[in-house]
Design a protein. Sequence first.
Lengths: 111, 114
Amino acid sequence: SQQGEEDPQALSIQEGENATMNCSYKTSINNLQWYRQNSGRGLVHLILIRSNEREKHSGRLRVTLDTSKKSSSLLITASRAADTASYFCATTDTGGFKTIFGAGTRLFVKA
Amino acid sequence: DAGVIQSPRHEVTEMGQEVTLRCKPISGHNSLFWYRQTMMRGLELLIYFNNNVPIDDSGMPEDRFSAKMPNASFSTLKIQPSEPRDSAVYFCASSRDRAADTQYFGPGTRLTVL
């Protein structure tokens, strides 16, 4: 089964609101990454958090990692219509050889 | 840098035909990945090369699928013979060193098998 599972599957919010997406995984990891995919495009890397880190920021993005619960969250603050996309978490095993992507969360930001 | 380049961007073929997808990774990247994305199965890793050597091909669905990386700047994914259930978007990605590093995705090839 997939390593990373996102929750919710879909999220619809108003522009200006915050969006929170969660990712759970099953086995120990080297790192966890979040990617964004706009419709019809390839995935774009957003942020990487290592297994020994608990929180990371990049612009309007905040990622947390709780290895005891095997979960991560991605927070997008002050969302914009341009944030409308699918967001995927990807976990890499401790050997650093295998990365598995979750099913993704589809975010729709209404202007 | 031009990013990961894939060709063709769209491919429509008939069942039974051979299909070859091509990928040029980012220069200097040592790892290359082929993924398949469908609505039903999401994004699946098909095969992962490191320094032109296949490291993990456990995701290759069956013998009809084959992948090669003859040099550091080129890879192919071949499907022979193609079937309608192979219809999907195929992505190539590369990373600087290992799978754990940030992966840079190409624009994908949308394959339709009639």
